[in-house]
Design a protein around this ligand. Structure first.
Ligand SMILES: [Zn+2]
Ligand SMILES: [Zn+2]
Length: 240
C-alpha cells in the first residue's frame, strides 16, 4: 500500500498547501481519504479522478469536504463526453446536517454508509468513532497482512490509541503544541501522538497543520520519538 499526502493543512488552504486529502493506492485500486480545499487538482495530477474507486469522508467539516462539489462537476463533464459512466463510491456518515443532504444530492457519487466494517476491492475497512466536535471517524485499511490507519480529526481517546497500536503506519491530525493542547480541544497534540508511537513502536505521521502553525516547535516536541514519528508535507508518499 502507498499513501500520498494531497493536502496537509487544517482550517483553510495556503498558496502552497491544500487542506485534508490523501491518496491510498493498493495495486490498481485508488482510494481517496477526505477531499478538502485544493485536493481535487492535486489528485488530478496523480490519477484520473474518474478512475478513483472510492472516497472516504471522515466527517463533514469543510476542510475535509470542500472539493466534493467541483469533483462532481468534473465527473459530470466527463459523463457528457461519454468518458465516464456510473458513480464513484462515497463512504460518508449521515450526521443529519444540511451539509450531508447537499453531499447526498451530488449525482455522480454513490453514498455508502459505513458502520463498523466493510470489504471493498479486497480491502478490509474498519471504522472508529473519534473524539471531535463533529461526528468524525477514523478508518483502517488492511491488505495482505499490512494495516494502514487514518485517524483524521480527534483528541486522544481509546479508539485513537487502538488505531495507532494495531496499524503499521497511521496518519494523525495532531496540529497542537503542548501549550495549545487540552482535554476539551478538537485535536490531540503532536506530542501525545509521539508518545503513543513510541509506546507501541509504530510508524506515525503528523499532519493537518494550522496555516500559521509553528512547525519548528512541533518538530522539537516530537524529537524524542524521531524513530517512529514525523511531520508530513504535501506531495510526500509512504509505503505501508
Ligand atoms: Zn479538520
Ligand atoms: Zn474537523
Amino acid at each position: 500500500m502507498k499513501i500520498t499526502v494531497l493536502g496537509c493543512n487544517g482550517l483553510y488552504p495556503s498558496k502552497q498547501f491544500n487542506t485534508s486529502g490523501y491518496l491510498l493506492s493498493v495495486e490498481k485500486v485508488n482510494i481517496v481519504l477526505d477531499m478538502g480545499s485544493g485536493v481535487f487538482s492535486t489528485l488530478k495530477e496523480l490519477v484520473k479522478p474518474e478512475k478513483v474507486n472510492a472516497i472516504f469522508i471522515s466527517h463533514l467539516h469543510f476542510d475535509h469536504i470542500s472539493d466534493l462539489g467541483v469533483y462532481n462537476y468534473y465527473l459530470e463533464s466527463k459523463a457528457k463526453k461519454g468518458e465516464f459512466a456510473g458513480k464513484i463510491k462515497l463512504l460518508v456518515k449521515n450526521d443529519e446536517s444540511a451539509v450531508y443532504r447537499a453531499i447526498a444530492g451530488l449525482n455522480y457519487f454513490e453514498i455508502v454508509e459505513y458502520s463498523d466494517k466493510l470489504t471493498l476491492f479486497d480491502l478490509e475497512f474498519s471504522f472508529y468513532k473519534m473524539k471531535h466536535p463533529a461526528l468524525s471517524h477514523a478508518v483502517t485499511v488492511e491488505f495482505k497482512g499490512k494495516k494502514f490507519g487514518y485517524l483524521s480529526d480527534g483528541n486522544v481517546s481509546e479508539n485513537l490509541e487502538g488505531v495507532i497500536k494495531e496499524c503499521d503506519l497511521t496518519v494523525a491530525h495532531a496540529p497542537f503544541t503542548k501549550a495549545q493542547s487540552g482535554k476539551e480541544k478538537p485535536h490531540s497534540s503532536a506530542y501525545d501522538i509521539a508518545l503513543l508511537a513510541k509506546k507501541y513502536k509504530k510508524q506515525t505521521l503528523i499532519s493537518h497543520f494550522a496555516p500559521d502553525s509553528d512547525k519548528k516547535e512541533l518538530e522539537k516536541e516530537i524529537s524524542f520519538a524521531r524513530e517512529f514519528c514525523k511531520l508530513v508535507t504535501q506531495g510526500e508518499s509512504y509505503l505501508v
